[in-house]
Design a protein around this ligand. Structure first.
Ligand code: ADP
Ligand code: MG
Length: 688
């Protein structure tokens, strides 16, 4: 297959370029075709030199009549060319690009594109694009602009993609019938007004007009969401066929004991908690393994639901595992769970890399509930009677993890929990292989966190107020440093900024207080130590970068200051804010911003008056698009290349199309689609 050709085969391509492509995970022609432009420049107007107008964006072609280089006093080097056609001539200027002199020689044919400017009496152009010869790739058309990552220029990417597409065009004219290779049946394409796939690939890169570019984007977005959801649906079908390792029963005795556990809780379950528990209880009695995502805002009370499920497992004589993303959180859960089962004969253990509450005399099998990190199931521990696995803050429990459990000889019920607010439509799309339960109600009597926007002028007042609160009420505060890079992992730049802020606050503002510093580049052990010290009130204030995990329970911390608040998405701000307000004291969140932009202020004001994570997530989606939201990118779970999660209409359409496909077609007859799904699966697994 031509499209499977390794990029090493690209003609006239340096090893450096190949290496850069590989850094972007582009290995084949096909990968490269799926690197999409994020905008276009319209250079399709090709004009005779005589006709060009000041201010116009045009392409012109002609012969190079003169080549010069000027060096101005400041050291600036200007490359000057005179371009001539049969109607006249125009001066072209580039700045500080002497290498052009080796490419653009007197007498050659040259095409350029850019805006025409007036310089005294003359019209001149500082071309943004050029190409030797006729208008073909970079000029005389609507030109794609690509994200320039890893030092790859848009121009290089464009050239390579152009080559692949022109080869493809040659091939497809010879042997390929577009209808046969399209992954979607014609019926589905027609019903959804979609252009065929090959046309879409041409027009996303080199559109004949903007209308076609739009259709291409629509088609490829459809593809992406369709594949995503079809894969989820197929996974679900597979899982539906499975049989759980240990089946639970609710007899009268169990029923009675479960009820007693609920009655003995120090609080009454909210009606939302009751509803999700009954959904989970239904699942647990089935023969097929549960695959449920429990979604609920920070503090909505997910842990007790997990505890109930574990207790039910215990009553049936089985074991449960609860896994958290970090050791700190695993220990926190351990404490909570231990407290909840204080008067019960349930044996609770923890097993992390630093602490093993299993020794020569007791092994994992001796415990009814075992706490650990996500790595628990990857370790060489054998599990025997595990009937339930609960996973906190990892939304998707993938095919590969399930396979891993099966290898260990268990096929348990799975409950994953998340506080990440995701609009319902989106959740159903992203997690189509899962059933979803939502706790959409907060326990009563919780004091909403008071949130304020603090402009620069009031910053000092705020610091003074915080000092007083700390002294008078013996409480603690978080100070979140601004987001420096929008990257998943914390960069050194962020760490430096946080360290600087910490020094500043320590020496200039909170001179009589003790401060701690926490950032993502610290070793896990050190992070844990600092977090624990903060918990044990060694510091009044903890200065931290935003990537440091949410979910930590420090009841005595009731104040949060977020620096550079305008840089965060609403959902992200909400997750940060969720670290305070966990006890019964009034909590406060201060949003520091120097911005006076009315949109920014409006957005932050909306945040200040809204405590509902779902509302905030939806607003985020409208305002900022899917890239920034949910922290799903942080979790590295969804990487949509082209489709937008804010396009609810398309999500609905593709969902229907997937259902229609499953009901009316046989995947086995769609070789290309099947292959694409297989590839998709592989790419998902390799990400795990
Ligand atoms: P999360 O959903 O963020 O994991 P937790 O399970 O940690 O929330 O619960 C937060 C706090 O609320 C805990 O202290 C828990 O004991 C308490 N809680 C849970 N459910 C209720 C309820 N129905 N009424 C009152 N408090 C509750
Ligand atoms: Mg929790």
């Amino acid at each position: 297959m031509f499209l499977k050709t390794p990029i090493e085969n690209l003609p006239a391509t340096s090893n450096i370029t190949i290496r850069k492509f590989k850094l972007l995970n582009i290995k084949t022609y096909w990968d490269l075709l799926n690197y999409f432009p994020f905008r276009y420049e319209n250079y399709s107007l090709v004009s005779a030199i005589e006709k060009v107008q000041e201010g116009e964006i045009v392409s012109i072609k002609g012969y190079v009549a003169e080549v010069k280089q000027h060096i101005v006093k400041s050291g600036l080097r200007i490359q000057k060319f005179i371009l001539q056609d049969h109607t006249g001539e125009i001066e072209l200027n580039w700045y500080n690009q002497p290498y052009l002199l080796t490419i653009i020689k007197k007498g050659i044919k040259l095409s350029v594109a850019g805006q025409v400017k007036r310089f005294g009496q003359k019209l001149v152009m500082n071309p943004t694009e050029y190409e030797v010869g006729n208008c073909l790739i970079h000029t005389g058309r609507i030109v794609p602009i690509y994200p320039e990552k890893k030092g790859l220029s848009s121009r290089t990417i464009r050239e390579k993609i152009f080559y692949i597409l022109s080869q493809l065009l040659k091939n497809s004219k010879l042997e390929i019938n577009n209808n046969q290779i399209d992954i979607l049946p014609e019926e589905i394409r027609n019903n959804n007004n979609l252009i065929d796939e090959i046309t879409a690939y041409y027009n996303i890169h080199f559109p004949q007009n903007y209308e076609l570019a739009k259709k291409a984007r629509n088609r490829l977005s459809f593809n992406e969401l369709f594949l995503y959801q079809l894969n989820a649906a197929l996974t679900r079908q597979e899982w539906d066929k499975e049989i759980v390792g240990y089946q639970f029963i609710v007899d009268e005795n169990n029923k009675f004991l479960l009820q007693k556990f609920v009655n003995n809780l120090p609080f009454k379950l909210t009606s939302a908690q009751k509803r999700v528990w009954s959904e989970i209880l239904e699942d647990l009695q089935r023969q097929k393994p549960m695959n449920r995502l429990l979604q609920g805002d920070v503090g909505s009370g997910k842990t007790v639901i997990a505890a109930l499920a574990c207790y039910f497992a215990y009553l049936n004589g089985f074991q449960s595992l609860i896994m958290a993303p970090t050791e700190i959180l695993a220990f926190q859960h351990y404490k909570t769970i231990t407290k909840l089962f204080n008067n019960y004969p349930v044996k609770i253990g923890i097993h992390t890399s630093s602490k093993k509450i299993t020794n020569k005399d007791s092994t994992i099998t001796d415990f009814d509930i075992v706490l650990g990190t996500h790595a628990l199931i990857q370790q060489k521990i054998s599990f025997e009677r595990v009937a339930l696995v609960v996973i906190d803050e990892q939304h998707r429990f993938g095919v590969s993890q399930r396979a891993m459990l099966k290898k260990k000889g268990i096929n348990p019920h799975l409950l994953t929990m998340t506080a990440t607010p995701i609009p319902r439509t989106v959740a159903l799309t992203l997690y189509g292989e899962l059933d979803i339960s939502r706790i959409d109600e907060m326990p009563k009597g919780r004091l909403p966190i008071k949130t304020f926007i603090v402009p620069k002028a009031k910053r000092n007042n705020c610091y003074q107020w915080v000092k007083k609160q700390i002294l008078n009420h013996n409480i603690q505060a978080f100070i979140i440093c601004p987001l420096i890079d929008q990257s998943n992992t914390e960069t050194m730049k962020s760490v430096k900024a946080a360290t600087k802020e910490y020094q500043f606050l320590k020496e200039k503002i909170f001179t009589d207080f003790s401060l701690g510093l926490l950032h993502g580049k610290m070793k896990a052990k050190e992070k844990e130590r600092i977090m624990n010290e903060f918990k044990n009130k060694k510091y009044h204030l903890l200065v931290t970068t935003p990537v440091v995990e949410v979910g930590i329970d420090i009841e005595n911390a009731t104040i949060m200051i977020i620096e550079g608040a305008q840089r965060f998405g609403l959902a992200q701000l909400h997750q940060l804010r969720g670290r305070v307000g966990r006890g019964d004291k009034q909590s406060y969140c201060f949003l520091f911003t120097d911005s006076q932009n009315s949109e920014v202020i409006e957005r932050l004001e909306f945040f200040a008056k809204t405590n509902d994570g779902n509302l905030l997530a939806e607003r985020d989606l409208q305002l900022r698009g899917p890239g920034n939201i949910y922290g799903t990118q942080q979790h590295g779970e969804i990487e949509l290349k082209i489709a937008s999660l804010s396009n609810f209409a398309l999500i609905e359409k593709t969902k229907k199309a997937v259902k229609y496909f499953i009901d009316h077609y046989n995947l086995e007859e769609f070789k290309n689609l099947k292959q694409r799904i297989e590839e998709y699966k592989l790419s998902q697994i390799s990400k795990d």
